[in-house]
Write a protein that binds this ligand. Structure first.
Ligand SMILES: *Cc1c(COP(=O)(O)O)cnc(C)c1O
Length: 387
C-alpha cells in the first residue's frame, strides 16, 4: 500500500543513529540556523515545547495570542499551557492561511503575540502582517511579538524572501511526518542575538538532559516507523490503525486532539541522536522540497479533475507540506482509494475553536469548519498515478 507520506531515510541516517557524537546538538543548531538564514537556532524536544518555551522565556502571561483556527491543535495547547489565551482567526479557503483582514479587529490592549502559520507550505503574506503589527504597536504602545510557524513550510518564500527570516522568532518541527526529521524535535530560529541568548538561558535553566534509555527508545522508534511506513508493510500498518486500537497506545502519548496535553518529556533537551539524524537530513532537505514542488505541479496538471473537487493552488515560493484537495464526501473518496492500495491522509480534522478545550470561548470559524470536514491529501513523496 502507498503510505500517505514517506520518510526520506537512508544509510546516512541509520549510521548517524549509532554514531557517538557529543556535539551533535550544537552542530545541528548551527547548521540549521545557516540553512534557514538565521543568526541562531535553539533546539527543543518538540515543536510545541519550543513555542511554549518562547512565551515563558519572554515572560508573556495572561495575555492574548492570535493564531489560526485551522492548524495543528498543539499550537493552541502551547499558548494555553504557557498561561495565555489563544484568539482564533478564520482562514481563507484558497491557501488555508489566516485571513489577515480579520486580524486588526481581534487585536486589543491585551494582545501580546501573533502566530502566523504557513499552512501546507503556502507562504503567508508577511509584509502585510508586519505592517498590521507595526500599526497595532503604535496604537497600543507595546510590543507585539511575531512568531512564524514554519513547521509546514521549510524554505518557502514570500516575495522572494525566505519565510521565517523576519519577525521575532520562527519555529520548525521535526517529527516523522515533517519535511525533514530528527525523530521528534523542534527548533526556534532568531535574527536577534540578544533575544536568542535570553531564550537559550531560559531553556538551559528549565530543561533537563534526557536519559540514555530514552535515546534507545528513540532509535527503536525510528527503525519501527521506517518499516511501518514502507510500501511493503504499510498495508498492515494501515489495517492496524483503521481496524484496531493497538497503535493508539503509542500515538496517544504524543497527540490527543480533544485534550490539552503535552508528552511527559516536553522539558527534555534534544537528544544527540536526534540531532545526528537531523544533520544528515539537513543535507537533503533542499532536494526533498524540490521533489515536492515537482510532484505538486504534476498533480496539478495530471490528477483527474472531478466536478466537485477543489484543487489547491500552485503558488510561487510554496513548498507543499501537503497536497490538499477539498472533496464533499471525504470518507467515500478515502475508501475508494484505499481499495486501490493508496492511503490518502486527512490531516487536520478539526477547527480548533470547536474542540473540547476551546469550545468555551464560543468562537466559530466558518472556513476552518469547512476545511476540517473536506480536506484530503495526496502523498507528495510519490505521485499517485491513476488509470
Ligand atoms: C508539527 C507542527 C507543530 C509542532 O509539532 P510537534 O509535534 O510539537 O513537534 C506546530 N505547528 C504546526 C503547524 C505543525 O504542523
Amino acid at each position: 500500500m502507498i503510505p500517505r507520506f514517506k520518510l526520506h531515510l537512508g544509510w546516512d541516517e541509520f549510521r548517524a543513529l549509532f554514531r557517538r557524537d557529543k556535539n551533535a546538538v550544537q552542530e545541528f543548531e548551527k547548521k540549521f540556523a545557516q540553512a534557514f538564514k538565521s543568526i541562531d537556532a535553539i533546539s527543543f524536544p518538540y515543536g510545541r515545547s519550543a513555542q511554549w518555551a518562547f512565551f515563558n522565556a519572554m515572560g508573556i502571561k495572561d495575555k492574548e495570542i492570535i493564531m489560526p483556527a485551522y492548524t495543528c491543535s498543539v499550537v493552541a495547547h502551547a499558548v494555553t499551557l504557557s498561561g495565555n489565551r489563544p484568539r482564533f482567526v478564520d482562514i481563507q479557503l484558497d491557501d488555508y492561511n489566516m485571513d489577515l483582514d480579520l486580524i486588526p479587529k481581534l487585536i486589543n490592549e491585551n494582545t501580546k503575540a501573533i502566530i502566523a502559520t504557513h499552512t501546507f507550505g503556502y507562504p503567508q503574506n508577511i509584509d502585510r502582517l508586519e505592517s498590521i503589527i507595526n500599526e497595532a504597536e503604535k496604537k497600543y504602545g507595546h510590543k507585539i511579538w511575531l512568531m512564524q510557524d514554519c513547521c509546514h513550510a521549510f524554505g518557502a518564500e514570500w516575495n522572494g524572501r525566505m519565510i521565517g527570516t523576519s519577525g521575532d522568532v520562527s519555529v520548525y518541527a521535526f517529527n516523522i511526518s515533517k519535511i525533514m526529521t530528527t525523530i521528534f524535535g523542534g527548533i526556534l530560529t532568531f535574527q536577534d542575538p540578544d533575544l536568542a541568548n535570553k531564550v537559550r538561558k531560559w531553556r538551559d535553566a528549565n530543561y533537563q538532559k534526557p536519559s540514555l534509555f530514552k535515546s534507545w527508545l528513540r532509535r527503536l522508534y525510528l527503525l519501527s516507523v521506517y518499516i511501518a511506513f514502507s510500501e511493503k508493510f504499510y498495508g498492515m500498518t494501515w489495517w492496524l490503525q483503521e481496524k484496531t486500537s493497538i497503535l493508539n497506545r503509542f500515538t496517544s502519548a504524543y497527540h490527543l486532539d480533544e485534550k490539552i496535553h503535552f508528552p511527559p518529556d516536553y522539558k527534555d533537551l534534544m537528544l544527540d541522536v536526534e540531532a545526528a539524524v537531523g544533520l544528515e537530513q539537513l543535507k537533503k532537505y533542499n532536494k526533498i522540497i524540490q521533489k515536492r514542488r515537482e510532484n505538486a505541479l504534476w498533480y496539478h496538471n495530471n490528477l483527474r479533475r472531478r466536478d466537485d473537487w477543489i484543487f489547491p493552488p500552485i503558488r510561487k515560493g510554496a513548498t507543499y507540506s501537503h497536497y490538499v484537495v477539498r472533496v464533499p464526501n471525504r470518507e467515500k473518496v478515502i475508501n475508494e482509494y484505499a481499495k486501490k492500495g493508496i492511503h490518502l491522509g486527512k490531516l487536520i480534522q478539526y477547527s480548533i475553536p470547536n474542540t473540547a478545550p476551546y469550545k468555551k470561548f464560543g468562537e466559530t470559524c466558518k472556513n476552518a469548519n469547512l476545511a476540517s470536514k473536506q480536506t484530503i491529501n495526496f502523498s507528495l513523496d510519490k505521485v499517485i498515478i491513476e488509470n
